[in-house]
Design a protein around this ligand. Structure first.
Ligand code: ADP
Ligand code: 5GP
Length: 203
């Protein structure tokens, strides 16, 4: 059997917290309202201002999340920065049956778990141009307490280590947003691009 064209495979996007994943996704969904479907994850974290239940996430209490784990509702799930996050089978099924390309925004532990399934997505890593820029962005977003930002930045190093192992099909550096978006759009539309070289990220 010939391999599926990339556009028909789900797209997994990952990268450290604050790198700009949501920003790129928002742009894509605004430009192509009918082509893509976002895999809305479940999470136990509290909503940020402007976030709507069922749109960015299904916001659930820990007990509910644990019930869902027991019921095998998740393709993958992970604990990130003291909260649970998970992708339900139902969400991915719904998006795919609507004939849209399913896009998942998940962290590294989830990527490892997805690799053990038969989902067969394209893996894209969004890299910051430097750790200094990442710190600035995450704090500049104004959504995290200092403790939460510090935790997310520590976890960012693990995401970066995983990318250094070559875990992803493509790497895009989100430095200039317009440039990054142009590349992101091409990957989302199923084109093959030349990856950016992963920066040293040791600053
Ligand atoms: P993520 O979803 O990866 O956690 P966000 O999309 O929330 O990250 O972006 C984090 C912050 O960085 C936001 O305030 C966003 O406006 C800003 N940002 C995104 N892309 C860029 C960029 N290329 N240059 C500067 N700031 C950016
Ligand atoms: P945030 O709290 O900033 O929205 O997300 C924190 C991290 O959780 C991000 O790295 C994001 O990619 C990841 N994430 C969001 N949903 C899921 C999910 O369903 N599974 C996993 N493993 N990670 C997720």
């Amino acid at each position: 059997m010939s391999p599926l064209p990339d556009f028909l495979r789900p797209l997994v996007i990952s990268g450290p917290s604050g790198v700009g994943k949501s920003t790129l996704l928002q742009r894509l969904f605004a430009e192509y309202p009918d082509k893509f479907g976002f895999s809305v994850s479940h999470t136990t974290r509290t909503p940020r201002p402007g976030e709507v239940d069922g749109k960015q996430y299904y916001f659930v209490p820990r007990e509910k999340f644990q019930d869902l784990i027991r019921e095998n509702a998740f393709i993958e799930h992970a604990e990130f920065s003291s909260n649970y996050y998970g992708t339900s089978f139902m969400t991915v099924r719904e998006v795919s049956s609507a004939g849209r390309r399913c896009i998942l925004d998940i962290e590294a532990q989830g990527v490892r778990q997805i690799k053990a399934t038969d989902l067969n997505p394209v893996y894209l890593f969004i890299s910051p141009p430097s750790l200094t820029a990442l710190r600035k962005r995450l704090r500049g977003r104004g959504t995290e307490t200092e403790a939460s930002a510090a935790k997310r930045l520590a976890t960012a190093l693990k995401e970066i280590e995983y990318a250094k192992e070559g875990a992803h099909d493509y790497v895009i550096i989100n430095d200039d947003l317009d440039r990054a978006y142009a590349l992101f759009k091409r990957v989302a539309l199923g084109e093959q691009i030349k990856s950016d070289p992963l920066p040293p990220l040791d600053d």
